[in-house]
Design a protein around this ligand. Structure first.
Ligand SMILES: [Zn+2]
Ligand SMILES: [Zn+2]
Length: 310
């Protein structure tokens, strides 16, 4: 098991995880669907670690969640972050890494799901966040999904990942810190403003989706509950699922690899919770890494038009 290491000076953390490179990999560049011996298919349950839970339907399971066989972190004994020789800040890779298998059907992707199916996935996310943050030393439970080779998925069978860690991710921490500079939640105002802009993608009674003003990714989409809330457990998950389903169905048309991330406030902090959809159509060049500034060749206004089918 590796280590959690911090940059010499910056608040950038890296998980050093030797061994994950040898995990099974059935996604190839052309995304050929290969279903022989898939560890997530019904009948192959024994090939995975003992499941944590499942949702059963009339003909077997609908969803399963289980420990990741190739975890980036592990429930080893918890140790504090330490610094050696001034610049080497590290901790053991303490945490929990789980997978949510979203469907028993090998090649049914999230973008083929109904809003009701997506709602079920979201509610499992909420339950796993609540369960995992009860563990000592866990500061944040990151939830995300990779779809397609360009988004870093290694197995075609649709699944999400959950990683409970001992640090709050830098991007979440930056948003929490930025929010503290405002008297009232800035995202509540941003939602009102973007709802009436050319970047609006979709809205229903309780949820709004828009292409963020400074989108980092082509066709990037953010989905927020309209009312201020910090946790998804408080949200209207069906309304969320409806917005996500609209977005995914558009991404299917262009066969886009994408990541989906779930952002919320860890206990004791304030952050307007939201979901980000990050299509992975462009590959970042040296400029992005050299400057920290991203070149996005699709304007968010055009991206929103694409999602609105205009
Ligand atoms: Zn499968
Ligand atoms: Zn708010």
């Amino acid at each position: 098991m590796g280590e959690l290491r911090k940059d010499y000076l910056l608040d950038d953390w890296v998980i050093i995880s030797p061994g994950r490179g040898v995990r099974p990999h059935d996604v190839v560049e052309e995304e050929k669907v290969e279903d022989k011996g898939c560890v997530f298919c019904p009948g192959n349950e024994e090939a995975s670690p003992k499941e944590i839970g499942r949702l059963s339907g009339k003909q077997g399971w609908l969803m399963r969640w289980l420990p990741n066989k190739f975890p980036a972190v592990a429930p080893v004994s918890l140790a504090d972050v330490a610094t050696h020789n001034r610049f080497f800040t590290f901790a053991v890779n303490y945490g929990f890494h789980e997978l949510v298998v979203e469907t028993p059907v090998h090649n049914r992707q999230l973008w083929d799901f109904s809003a009701q199916d997506i709602e079920r996935v979201l509610s499992v996310y909420c339950n796993r966040i609540a369960a995992l943050e009860l563990n000592p030393g866990i500061k944040y439970v990151a939830v995300w999904k990779n779809h397609g080779a360009k988004a870093g998925t290694s197995l075609v069978h649709s699944h999400s990942q959950i990683l409970a860690q001992q640090v709050v991710p830098v991007r979440v921490q930056q948003k929490i810190s930025a929010m503290r500079r405002f008297v009232k939640c800035p995202y509540c105002d941003i939602i009102q403003s973007e709802k009436n802009s050319s970047r609006l993608i979709f809205e229903n009674e309780t949820v709004v989706a828009f292409a963020p003003y400074a989108s980092r990714f082509q066709y990037e989409a953010w989905v927020f509950p309209k009312a201020h809330m910090t946790r998804f457990a408080q949200a209207d998950l069906r309304a969320f699922a409806e917005a996500l389903q609209k977005i995914f169905s558009c991404l299917k048309k262009i066969n886009a690899s994408y990541n989906m991330t779930v952002t919320y406030a860890p206990k004791g902090a304030d952050l307007h919770c939201h979901v980000e959809i990050l299509p992975r159509l462009a590959i970042w060049s040296g400029f992005e890494f050299a400057s920290g500034t991203i070149i996005n060749s699709v304007s968010p206004e055009d991206a929103a038009r694409f999602y609105r089918n205009e």
